[in-house]
Design a protein around this ligand. Structure first.
Ligand SMILES: Cc1cc2nc3c(=O)[nH]c(=O)nc-3n(C[C@H](O)[C@H](O)[C@H](O)COP(=O)(O)O)c2cc1C
Length: 379
C-alpha cells in the first residue's frame, strides 16, 4: 500500500495493484493509424464523454498526447488535436475521481507558465492532476515554434532545468533566481501552490540511458517500451529501471506500459477485427510518415522486421497488444503484473465500444484476479 500523501486525492496512488489509464483521447484517431470510420473523431463532446465514462468506471488516469500537427495520409493521423493543459482543465472540472494529466512538451512552454497552469488544474481537480513531461520527438511540429530541435541529450538537460524550476515554483515561499545553461528566471514566484504536496506527480517515457536517468530522478511513473514477444526481457528491464531509481536517486517509481485493445466474444472475431483495421484499412502513408520523422529507416530493415514494426504502429503505437476474449485479456494483464508492471494505458479504435466491453467483462475478472479492488478506486 502506498504511503504517499498524495493518495488521499490522486488515484494514481490508489491501492489497485494494476492501475489503468486511457490514452490519446485528445487527438483524432487516438493511436490507431487507420481509415476505419469508427476511429476517434475529435471534438469536445467526444473527448468529454470518454472522460466521463472512464471516471464512472473507476480508471486511474486520462493521459493525452502532446501533438501539434498530423502525419498526412488519408487519415491525416492525429491531425486534429487539443492542447493538453486546457484539455486537462476542462476534464478536471467535468470529472469527479479520475486522475487528469497534461503531456507537456518542455520546449513549447516556459516553466513559469507551466507551473502556474499545472497548479491551476490541480486546484480545479482538487488534487487529481499529474504532469507527463516529454522533450519532443517530432521535428516538424517543434519547428513550428521557430526553433530547431535540440540534440537528444541536450533535450533532457533542458528538461531537467525546466522541472527544477517548476518544482521550485510549486514549493518555495520566497522569490528565487535561476540561471541555468538553457533557462533563466528572475525573482521567480508562484501562488497558489498545488493542492498536492509536495507537488503533483510526474510521468516520463524516457527510453534511452539519458531518458531513463531523467525519469528515475524526477518521475513518479516511468512509461517504458515493451517487447511483447519477450516478457522475460521486459521483466529484467522493469527491475533494472526500479533499481536505478532506488539506488541512484532513493526513489520508488511506478512502471507503466501501453496496450492497444481488441476485445471480442471469440479470439477469431478479435483477430478478424485487427486484420480489418490494421491491414485492410491501415493508413500506410501516415504510418510511414510517422516512422520517417522518427528517423526509423525502414528501407534498411529486413522486410519482415519492417512489416512487424508497421503493423504494431498502425495497431496502436506498439506496446503490448491485448487481443481476444475477456479471459485472454485478463491473462495478458496478469502476465504484465507478474513481471512488475504497475499500470497500463489503454487505447481502442472505437473507445466507447471498448470501454463498454471492458467494464462488462474485464473489470469484474480483474477484481476476481486480485488485480483491482471491487467498486473501482479505493483510497
Ligand atoms: C506511447 C508513447 C507516447 C509518447 N508520446 C510522446 C509525446 O506525446 N510527445 C513527445 O514528445 N514524446 C512522446 N513520447 C516519446 C518519449 O517522450 C521519449 O522521447 C521516447 O520514449 C524515446 O526515449 P528517449 O527520449 O529517452 O530517447 C512517447 C513515447 C511513447 C512510448
Amino acid at each position: 500500500m502506498s504511503s504517499d500523501p498524495r493518495r488521499t486525492t490522486n488515484p494514481l496512488f490508489s491501492d489497485n495493484k494494476l492501475k489503468l489509464g486511457i490514452f490519446a483521447t485528445n487527438v483524432s484517431n487516438g493511436c490507431a493509424i487507420t481509415t476505419a470510420p469508427e476511429a476517434l473523431e475529435l471534438n469536445w463532446p467526444n473527448t468529454l464523454s470518454l472522460a466521463e465514462l472512464a471516471d464512472r468506471h473507476g480508471y486511474e488516469a486520462m493521459v493525452p498526447v502532446a501533438r501539434w500537427k498530423g502525419f498526412g495520409g488519408e487519415s491525416n493521423f492525429n491531425g486534429t488535436n487539443f492542447e493538453t493543459y486546457t484539455w486537462a482543465a476542462g476534464l478536471a472540472q467535468a470529472t469527479k475521481q479520475i486522475g487528469v494529466l497534461t503531456t507537456s512538451h518542455v520546449p513549447t512552454v516556459h516553466p513559469v507558465m507551466a507551473a502556474k497552469q499545472a497548479a491551476t488544474v490541480d486546484h480545479i481537480s482538487n488534487g487529481r492532476f499529474a504532469l507527463n513531461v516529454v522533450c519532443g520527438w517530432f521535428r516538424p511540429e517543434l519547428e513550428m515554434f521557430g526553433a530547431s530541435m535540440m540534440e537528444h541529450d541536450d533535450r533532457y538537460d533542458y528538461a531537467a532545468e525546466w522541472v527544477e524550476i517548476v518544482k521550485m515554483l510549486w514549493t518555495r515561499e520566497d522569490e528565487f533566481d535561476f540561471e541555468g545553461k538553457f533557462l533563466r528566471v528572475n525573482k521567480g514566484f508562484s501562488m497558489p501552490k498545488p493542492i498536492q504536496k509536495p507537488f503533483p506527480p510526474l510521468m516520463n517515457a524516457g527510453a534511452s540511458g539519458k531518458g531513463q536517468h531523467f525519469a528515475a530522478k524526477y518521475a513518479d511513473m516511468a512509461f517504458i517500451h515493451i517487447d511483447p514477444s519477450d516478457l522475460e526481457k521486459t521483466k529484467a528491464h522493469v527491475a533494472a529501471y526500479r533499481n536505478l531509481a532506488r539506488e541512484e536517486y532513493g526513489r520508488d517509481i511506478q512502471i507503466w506500459i501501453g496496450s492497444p485493445v481488441v476485445q471480442r466474444e471469440t479470439r477469431k472475431e478479435a483477430q478478424d477485427y485487427v486484420n480489418y483495421y490494421v491491414v485492410e484499412k491501415g493508413d500506410d502513408v501516415a504510418c510511414d510518415n510517422m516512422l520517417a520523422i522518427q528517423n526509423i529507416e525502414m528501407h534498411k530493415m529486413m522486410p519482415e522486421r519492417a512489416e512487424k514494426m508497421r503493423f504494431g504502429a498502425k495497431m496502436g503505437w506498439g506496446g503490448y497488444p491485448l487481443v481476444g476474449t475477456a479471459d485472454d485479456i485478463v491473462a495478458g494483464l496478469e502476465k504484465l503484473s507478474a513481471i512488475g508492471i504497475d499500470g497500463v494505458l489503454l487505447r481502442w479504435v472505437d473507445y466507447w465500444d471498448g470501454l463498454r466491453r471492458w467494464q462488462k467483462d474485464v473489470m469484474p475478472r480483474l477484481e476476481q484476479a486480485g488485480l483491482r479492488i471491487a467498486g473501482g478506486r479505493a483510497l
